[in-house]
Design a protein around this ligand. Structure first.
Ligand code: ADE
Length: 267
């Protein structure tokens, strides 16, 4: 349980890959698959170092929300020298063509609850000049291809009863804008407001754009991969826990393993 030496010169090559999720169920299975697992306890978090599918990784539970995610990401970069960060979890759908059981990979990320106007343009993070943080293109492409490969056989992954329970038929993988804020969006009125303000947003969640900001500041490649658990409407919280256990955790593990054993080699 020692704290490794601080990495003052974060670089995007050579270090392990950071894998972050907000909920226990989303990393539990990954942790059982880690070889040479060792926990490093820093700042109320356990960072699990080890090897997964031939890659050195650090797996960590951020917990929920932008502050939790940003502080976790900072530690991943500064203490572990990660060469890339991937956030895996769930999101609510905003765009009409995005359905429960689909996967969205970030091409860019924005914090929808930041508004320092009129001092700065709406959504811009003050003094950074950035509202939309770009995901690393190669990383996002690798995750998108891995998601498409995994989603090609939903029956094998989920089984018929789970697919029927959540109305999942032919799940798709999308790439586009993911927006983040410190609110679980659970009314049709709020999702309509977000859709009107940011019509190109595919999905909403509570951490990704905060991690994107940290990775931007440190120059570390980042992308988020999100399974759509709900439509960010009045029914958003129904079956949420069951979805995490029966769909999201299976998707996350399968997609990350597919990516780690292939495209991650080049990341
Ligand atoms: N994560 C999953 N669904 C969400 C929603 N509706 N709002 C915010 N974060 C979410």
């Amino acid at each position: 349980m020692n704290t490794p030496s601080p990495n003052q010169n974060a670089s995007s090559s050579g270090g392990p890959i950071g894998i972050v999720a907000a909920l226990h169920e989303e990393i539990n299975e990954l942790l059982t698959l880690l070889s040479g697992a060792r926990a490093v306890h820093i700042g109320s978090r356990d960072f699990w170092t080890g090897e997964l599918d031939g890659q050195a990784v650090v797996v960590v539970l951020s917990r929920v929300g932008k502050v939790a995610a940003a502080s976790t990401a900072t530690l991943l970069v500064a203490q572990f020298g990660v060469r890339a960060v991937v956030f895996a979890g769930v999101a609510g759908a905003l765009a009409p063509g995005v359905a429960v059981g689909d996967v969205v990979v970030s091409s860019e990320l924005l914090q929808h609850d930041v508004d320092a106007s009129p001092l700065f343009p709406r959504w811009e993070i003050p003094l950074t000049g950035v509202a939309r943080f770009q995901a690393d293109a190669a990383l996002a492409q690798g995750l998108l291809e891995s998601a498409r490969a995994v989603l090609a056989d939903p029956l094998g992954l989920l089984g018929q009863p789970v697919m029927e329970a959540f109305g999942i038929a032919a799940p798709q993988a999308h790439a586009g804008l993911i927006i983040s804020g410190d609110r679980f969006v659970s009314t049709s009125a709020e999702s309509a407001t977000l859709r009107a303000a940011l019509p190109d947003a595919l999905a909403v969640e509570m951490e990704g754009a905060a991690v994107a900001q940290i990775c931007h500041e440190w120059g570390v490649p980042f992308a988020a991969i999100r399974t759509i658990s709900d439509r960010a409407d009045d029914a958003a919280s129904v079956d949420f826990a069951q979805f995490i256990a029966e769909v999201d955790s299976r998707y996350s593990v399968a997609i990350l393993r597919q990516w780690l054993s292939g495209a991650a080699q080049a990341a």
